[in-house]
Structures are given as C-alpha cells and as structure tokens.
Design a protein around this ligand. Sequence first.
Ligand code: ZN
Length: 351
Amino acid sequence: MDSGHMVRTESTVEVCKYGCFAFLLLFLLPFSAARADEMKSTVIIHDSRIDVFIEAAAAPLSQPEVMKWVESAAESVVAYYGHFPVPHLTLRVFSFDGSGVRHGMTWGREGGLIRIDAGSRTSEAEFADDWTLTHEMIHLAFPSMMGEEHHWIEEGLSVYIEPIARIRAGHWTARQMWSDLVRDMPKGLPREGDEGLDHTHTWGRTYWGGALFCFMADVEIRRRTKNRKGLEDAVRGILESGGDIRNDWELQKALKVGDQSAGVDVLEKLYADWKDKPIMVDLPAMWKLLGVELDGTTIRLNDGAPLAAVRRAIEMGTPGNKTGEGSAPPKSGGVASRPFAVFAGRTVGSN
Ligand SMILES: [Zn+2]
C-alpha cells in the first residue's frame, strides 16, 4: 500500500466498480510543451504504477475509454496474482484507423514495457471483450526464459491464465471460457512429427500446447492437493521469488519454485514427460470429468461431474485459500478491496 498516494486522494472523485475496486480520479497534470498527439495518464494499483502513453497521431483515441480498458486488464491480473506483477509498467498505446486491438508485445526492459495498438473506432463493448492487454500483462508475471526453446511456457501461461483472470475480476464468464477452450485447446495437441514442446515451435504448440500444459498442470495440482492448491499458487510463488519478466531464469528453476509453492511435484514431472515427446491428451474425457458438456452448440456446466469442484476452483480459486486471497470474487474483499487510483492528464517532453 502506498500511503503517499492515498494522501493525495482527498480532493478526488471516487468511483467504485465491482463493489470493492475503488478508482480514484486524481488530477489533471498541467500542460506544457508536450507533443500534441501524445497523452500520458497514470494508474496506481496497490503499490504499482502504470504509466500509459497514448500516441494518437494516426487516428484519435478516447482517453477515458483507453483508461477504462487498461484498468480492467490490470484488475484481472491483480485478481489472479493478488497484486500487479511489477512496480512500474510503461504502457504505450498506438492508434490506428479501424476497430479492435492488435499487436501486443511485452518486454522486461524499463521495468516492464508493453506496446499495443488500439483502433480509433473500437467500441466500448470491443474494449470490454478484449483479451490482448490482459494476456500481455500476464507476461509481466513470469521470468524471461533463458532458452528460446521454452517460449511455449511464456505463451502458454498467458493464454491459459488470461480468461481465468478476467472471470475472477468479473469481466468474463466461466461458460464463455469453457466454450472457447473446448473449441481452441485441440490446437495445442501434438500433430504428426511432433517432437515435444521444447522442439516443436509451431504456433499451435507454442500458444495452445503451452496452454494445454498449464491446464493439465492446474487440474493435476488440484487433484493431488484435494483442491487446496492450484496453478495460481505455483505462479504466485514464482513471482514472489523474483520471477517476473525483468529477470532471466532457466525454465527448470521456475518449475521447481512453482512445485515448491504448490507443495506437489507436478510441473517438473509434467515437463519431463512433455518436453521431447508428443504426449496426447484425451480432451473429450477431460471435459467430461470437469463437467463441461457440449449441448448442441452451447456449453452446459454440470456440477455433478467427478471433477466439478476442480472446475469451479479453476474458475474462481480455492475458497479459504490464504495465498489465493485475490482469487475470491471482488465482492468478498481481500486484496480487491484495496484502492486503485488513476491519474489522468497530458504529458510533456520526451517520455
Ligand atoms: Zn504472448
């Protein structure tokens, strides 16, 4: 908690969202000789600061809409990890003439840097549905892999965790997530000629193969711990041990710290199996165990399925899990009740 910033909230307008996330609109920074097409706003979220540079030279962008989108993504990441992954993120938003969000990229330099393109005709609903920025922010919460062959874990974690994080912040629904996973997870299965995750660098195996690894690890950690722990405990442990994007780690170190944090040796064993062999997963059997049933073209969630409790814990976290305080729905309090602040204004100079 940064009490210095909190003191500055006295003369502010306060808006509460989702019951407990308080947004504090603080003040407009003064104009000076700024570039007319660049606007800087700052979000304070717990002890972290996000400086948002909106570069709208190509097409106009609505600063309030962009900031709402940024806040929503940051909330989601906090809901999963318990806090924002890095103390200071620089987020550069570039406009284009059109709609939607494109080309997100994340780096560990400058304390954490994301650049992303947003269309000038993106509707409020499109911003609300966007997954890209949450995906990029999740990259901040895992160390940069020293080996290029381990890129799949970086993408896999972001692909797998992004919808869960958005569900926990109230920005997405479980039904939508499972529906998407039933459609997309088969893209991560090994095809003919596959040589395991460390040696098969196709798009499907990198993004969805990595996500499949994370999904199977999450289910297995929950099964092994009788649903007391999940993948979130592993990745939070990695983050607490200094494993954020600013630091280069070996994959083996991250998996070891993750297993120690969850209290079961799931990640290291799964990696040993999957790294250089094409391991098939019976996805229809997994959906059935979890109670994810395709009913015509819609998904039905069956709470009577053998692993329905695991499915619900994936969605909303383990009830009463102390390390999972951020996993609770925002209305139940915990970390989500801490203030969240926005400084808005125009910037100057060469930021
Ligand atoms: Zn990514």
